[in-house]
Design a protein around this ligand. Structure first.
Ligand code: HEC
Ligand code: HEC
Length: 427
């Protein structure tokens, strides 16, 4: 049976997802038996049916605000962090030689500073990969893994380096939209053991998420990846540092190598600021993201409550797990808090429609982190490359491990589907 639920107005036109070696990732496609037609009442195996009760005593946050119960110092660091995160940098601050944005806030702003991006041009980033000597490569020698589509020529027409382009050697080209950062500190404070335990849970419907074990760039230790479209990074500090170098061309203590434009050595005189180009702002970005409050869910209507249950029985919650809890934490703002993120933070084989061929740490070409659904109502673009703008369209691309759940969704009655959508609108 082929799965083909295309929604009117949603298609992949103009999307260059995988080329050439795309078959490599499709090989690993999870094969499921019968899909669809089973109806929402028929639950395969051990479905995750947890619902989250409305709690009137829970703190209700305005999007973009800081966590409650922060110490005076943390609160000040958040405020300073917000300013640094939104401030433009220029060549004198170390920007470039090639870059994608002049501030973090330039891409992370939908709903509030720290949010997702909302366009398919400026806030969408291109990641490449290829095969060199029979092995997967980030194509660093050609300007990969991230393409920087702007250069300091914007400030000086005589600047020796122009923007980067996708090299013809790139077999895999993946477009990635900007993810929201709300509640990131809570996600970081979830104990590794909880995520590992989740990966060992068995579901009867083909769901088999795995941890993306990643290597910490400083300690060399294997850690549980939790951030980014493939859970490719384990801590906020590493992501902030990585983003500063890759998106803005500003080097930091843990990544002191400049991005080489298209892989070429940097021309004499093109980079006058010594490495690391920044050590203070990156600390402020970390504080800002760590203490950024999670999105607050709105009260559930009767229909949305039904939708929440159906979200469980349909099998969506087997990956989009409603809740984790942070561990014991010295910071009261992060100590033993519920994290209602609707993600297991694991990576799943999602089938050939979503596969981008890109390998990041242990995540393969067809594996993606279950996208957290908290804050979904504030989003415009969905899926890693932003190809969908509606829940139905997003689910229509779910295949691989998600085939059975997606099949149930599309064979459910329109009123059940609309209840699920109503529930998701409350997030
Ligand atoms: C040109 C746009 C752009 C700029 C500028 C940018 N980002 Fe991002 N950001 C992205 C994209 C795209 C992703 C998703 C990357 C991926 O996983 O492939 C992302 C993801 C992230 C994440 C991971 C969040 C999660 O989903 O778990 C963090 C943290 C982050 N960015 C921090 C920053 C910081 C800090 C800065 C400034 C130094 C910054 N970003 C600048 C586009 C941008
Ligand atoms: C096997 C795990 C799995 C199941 C089951 C699953 N999803 Fe997903 N979902 C994912 C992954 C992984 C992504 C991100 C895929 C990508 O961007 O390429 C995602 C993305 C989404 C998105 C887009 C979110 C965003 O930030 O872009 C929505 C909406 C969504 N899922 C809804 C659902 C619904 C509704 C169901 C039940 C019918 C469901 N999912 C079942 C794994 C799953």
């Amino acid at each position: 049976m082929t799965l083909n639920w295309k929604n009117e107005g949603e298609n992949m036109k103009g999307q260059k997802t995988i080329t050439g070696f795309g078959a490599v990732s499709a090989l690993a496609l999870f094969v499921v038996g019968a899909c669809g037609g089973s109806g929402t009442a028929d639950i395969a195996g051990d479905a995750d049916l947890r619902t989250i009760p409305d709690d009137p005593s829970a703190v209700s946050y305005t999007l973009g605000s800081k966590l409650a119960n922060l110490s005076g110092q943390d609160s000040t660091d958040f405020d300073d962090g917000l300013v640094a995160f939104s401030s433009n940098e220029g060549p004198a601050d170390g920007l470039g030689p090639v870059f994608n944005g002049q501030s973090c806030g330039q891409c992370h702003f939908q709903g509030a500073i720290g949010g997702a991006g909302n366009d398919l041009a400026l806030t969408r980033v291109t990641r490449i990969g290829g095969i060199v000597d029979g092995k997967y490569s980030d194509l660093e020698h050609l300007g990969g893994p991230v393409i920087q589509s702007r250069s300091n020529r914007e400030f000086d027409p005589m600047f020796p380096h122009g923007r980067e382009f996708v090299p013809s050697e790139a077999k895999f080209v993946s477009l990635r939209i900007t993810t929201p950062l709300f509640g990131l500190g809570l996600i970081e404070a979830i104990p590794e053991s909880e995520i590992v335990a989740r990966s060992q849970r068995k579901f009867g419907d083909g769901v088999a998420g795995t941890v993306n074990w990643v290597t910490h760039p400083v300690t060399g230790k294997k850690e549980v990846g939790r951030f980014g479209w493939k859970s490719q990074i384990s801590t906020i500090e590493v992501f902030a540092s990585d983003a500063y170098v890759n998106e803005m061309g500003i080097t930091v203590p843990i990544f002191q190598d400049e991005q080489k434009p298209q892989g070429h050595p940097i021309a004499p005189g093109a980079d006058s600021v010594g490495e690391p180009e920044d050590a203070e702002d990156v600390e402020l970005f970390i504080s800002f993201m760590k203490f950024l409050a999670p999105p607050t869910r709105s009260p559930l209507s009767i229909v949305a409550q039904q939708g929440e249950k159906l979200f469980g029985t349909t099998g969506c919650a087997n990956c989009h797990a409603p809740q984790y809890k942070t561990g014991v934490n010295a910071n009261p703002a992060l100590n033993q808090k519920d994290v209602n993120l609707y993600s297991d933070l694991l990576v799943h084989r999602m089938g050939s429609m979503l596969a981008d061929g890109i390998i990041q740490e242990s995540a393969q070409g067809d594996q993606f982190r279950t996208a957290p659904l908290w804050g979904l109502s504030k989003r415009r673009l969905l899926l890693h490359d932003g190809r969908a703008t509606t829940v139905d369209a997003a689910v229509s691309y779910h295949s691989g491990e998600a085939s059975i759940a997606a099949g149930r969704y599309f064979s459910a009655s329109e009123s059940d589907r609309s209840a699920i959508r109503e529930f998701l609108k409350s997030l």
